[in-house]
Every structure is written in structure tokens, then in C-alpha cells.
Design a protein around this ligand. Sequence first.
Ligand SMILES: Nc1ncnc2c1ncn2[C@@H]1O[C@H](COP(=O)(O)OP(=O)(O)OP(=O)(O)O)[C@@H](O)[C@H]1O
Ligand SMILES: [Mg+2]
Length: 348
Amino acid sequence: MSFLVIQGLSKSYGGVHALVDFDLSVERGEFISLLGPSGCGKTTTLQALAGFVSATRGRVVLDGKDITDVPPEKRGLGIVFQSYALFPHMTVADNVAFGLEMKGVPRAERDQRVARMLELVHLGEYAQRYPRELSGGQRQRVAVARALVIEPPVLLLDEPLSNLDAKLREAMQFELRRIQRKLGTTTLMVTHDQAEALSISDRVVVMHGGRIQQVDAPHRLYEQPRSRFISGFVGKTNLLQGRWKDGSVELAGGARIAAPGDYADGQELTLVLRPEKILLTPEGGSGVRGRITERFFLGSQWLYRVECPLGELEVACANDGRAPWPEQAEVALDWAPDAASVLPPESA
Ligand SMILES: Nc1ncnc2c1ncn2[C@@H]1O[C@H](COP(=O)(O)OP(=O)(O)OP(=O)(O)O)[C@@H](O)[C@H]1O
Ligand SMILES: [Mg+2]
């Protein structure tokens, strides 16, 4: 049995189904992200796991024990709330020590664990400061330290990095992952940032309208999204329409593209082709020709809009030092044989 088993967890507020039949089994030490747009039920899931929201239906089993009806303080989980509330009248060290004090951990051990945890989040020198004397990023790290110090069996993080600038956020993502690995803490993190979810998770749970849409390892989620929504939510995407014919997919204008699977001839299919999988060449092998209508500089990449018989496609090319294509350039589009994936016909 998995370390954390969530079965059919549901929560309704009157007529609003905030969470519907959430099923997930989490292994010990796993880092799971809950990803989805605003209002899709991420916080509700976390709050139900923490016990602050009582589920309308469903069960939560932690390490073989059913904790569905156990009050929050008895679950012993580490939590960083979406609005990470530090105690303003307590120093950083006292904030972090709070949970240990509540558990009756003796003073000497408490001091030692707090000091170690503050070192881990690089805040050793800030122990005697008050929250108001810290930057937003430092405060968020205090909140993470406060949750981790009690060595909870499960750590629940609700957008723990939301208030950081892009650079600090990225640094903290890796730091969080490093700490989590080191301590082996089973972690569920809520985010609506797809790059964050993909870069630091073992698995990502994509949610929409209170329901789980897909649970997969980041790479698989990106390469084989199971619906239009997921495809668009986890990255930039081109959706191509075609028909299965003689072992590959025939696209508009007669171009062909390889795709995994086997379908009946004539079956209509929707394919996902990520912008970075399309190559622009003067003479392409796919037989698709197009014209660049717009060009955007993204730093590490150039993003092009290309008009072609397949529609208007987005194409991303590494900024590898070569001169970019000019707007209005006539180009040919090419791709590797395994560049595209197929959406399941029933979801497309
Ligand atoms: N106490 C409540 N009473 C009524 N409806 C609620 C309550 N709490 C949440 N909801 C509704 O439940 C749905 C899910 O809310 P939730 O807070 O879980 O979303 P979220 O995915 O965390 O969104 P965000 O990314 O904006 O934080 C929303 O439609 C929300 O309006
Ligand atoms: Mg939320």
C-alpha cells in the first residue's frame, strides 16, 4: 500500500463542486505538484488533506491509518498556506520553533533543530530578526522552515513561492527540492506555474474544474498530454487535425506526419506538435511550406508565427547565435519522425 492514499475525496460548497472524486496514491518521499488554473480545487484538496476542510466524501489513509476524521492538529502534517502567515511578534527562530514547542520538544533539542533548519534554508544569520525585517522571499523561506522543522510525514505547500521574483523563485524551487530530497519528506505542492511543476516534481497532477485530468511524470505529461486543455496548460502547443491513413497521419494539403498507435483508416485525429519540435529550413522534408508572419525574441529562443496549409503554427528556434529568420521569409517546415503525439480521440 502506498504511503498516502487518497480515495474519492470530494468537497461541495452548496452547489459548487470544488473537488470531485480525487484519487491519488503517493509513495514515501515523492514530490507531487498539483497544477491547474485558478479555482480548479487545488487549495481545497490541500485543506481537505490537512483536515481544515471536511470532505463531503472520500478517505485519506496515511501510512496505513485512516485519518479522514482526525482533527488537523492530530494529523501532524507540515503546512505552508497560500498566505503564509508568520507570527509577526515572534522572531524568525521563535516562528520556526513554535511547532516543536507545541509538541513539547525540550529546549536544547529545539534550539538545535531550529538552527539546523535555518541553515538549510540559508537564514542562519536572520534568526533574531522579526518577519517585518525580512524580504518576501526570506519570509517564505521561514514559512517553509517552520513547516519542515517538525519533520512531518507529509508536507503540504500551497503556492509556497508565489511572492518571489522570477529569479529568486527559480533558486528557491531548486532549494526546496534539494531540502525535500535530503529530508525525504513526502510533499504535495500546489502551483499554477507549469514550469515550476515540471521542473521539480516526481509527478504532476493536472486539475480542472475540481477534477483530476492527468497524473504523470513531468516529461510524459509534456510529451503525451491527454487532452487539449492539458496540452495547452503545460506548454506552448500546436494542435493539428488529420486523418489516419496507411500507418501515418495525413494532414491538410497532403503532408504526412508519423504518430504512435494504430487506428482505422479515415479516423480523425488531433495531434500535439510542440513549437520547438518544428525545424525551419530553406527546403524541408515534410513538404509543408510556409511564411513567417511574426517574430518574437524570448532570450534563449526566437518564437515565430508561421502561416502554412496546416494553419498558423508557432515555431520556437534556439537562439544559437545564427541570424534569425526575418519576418515574411518563405520557409519549409520539418520535424523528426517522433515529434508529434496524438490526443486520445475521445478527449480531442
Ligand atoms: N468556503 C467556500 N465556500 C464556497 N465556495 C468555495 C469555498 N472555498 C472555495 N470555494 C470554491 O471552490 C472552488 C475551488 O477553490 P480553491 O480555493 O480550491 O481553488 P484553487 O485551485 O486553489 O484556486 P487559486 O489558484 O485561485 O488559489 C472555487 O470555485 C471556489 O470559489
Ligand atoms: Mg488556491
